[in-house]
Design a protein around this ligand. Structure first.
Ligand code: FES
Length: 108
């Protein structure tokens, strides 16, 4: 069963920006794309172990919403967490939704 955790008000998440959150599952990075889709992925860059993903640049590659790590610039799919530059690496992904004015992340 999924438990939903409130993270921040919708207004606190500007388009094409990320916010960090610390959940029981570890650091999570929450993103709103410029077309108002929400994504939540792990907050730690697997290439360097630093919790920098929420500060990454939101973009897209061939229609796939992405975030580029601010450190070494590897690009990750926001949909699947897969690293598009290195198939061996990926970020965990989490369900995320907007309910009322609040953005929530789901954990099992
Ligand atoms: S913190 Fe990631 S490479 Fe330095």
């Amino acid at each position: 069963m999924t438990t939903w955790y409130p993270i921040c008000p919708w207004e606190a998440l500007p388009p094409a920006c990320g916010v960090p959150a610390l959940l029981a599952a570890g650091p999570v990075a929450l993103f709103r794309t410029s077309d108002d889709e929400l994504y939540a992925v792990g907050g730690v860059d697997p290439f360097c172990g630093a919790g920098v993903i929420s500060r990454g640049i939101v973009g897209d590659r061939g229609g796939e919403p992405t975030v580029a790590s601010p450190m070494l610039k590897q690009v990750f799919s926001l949909r699947t967490g897969a690293c598009l530059d290195d198939p061996a690496a990926r970020l965990p992904t989490f369900p995320v939704r907007r309910r009322g004015g609040v953005v929530e992340v789901g954990l099992p």
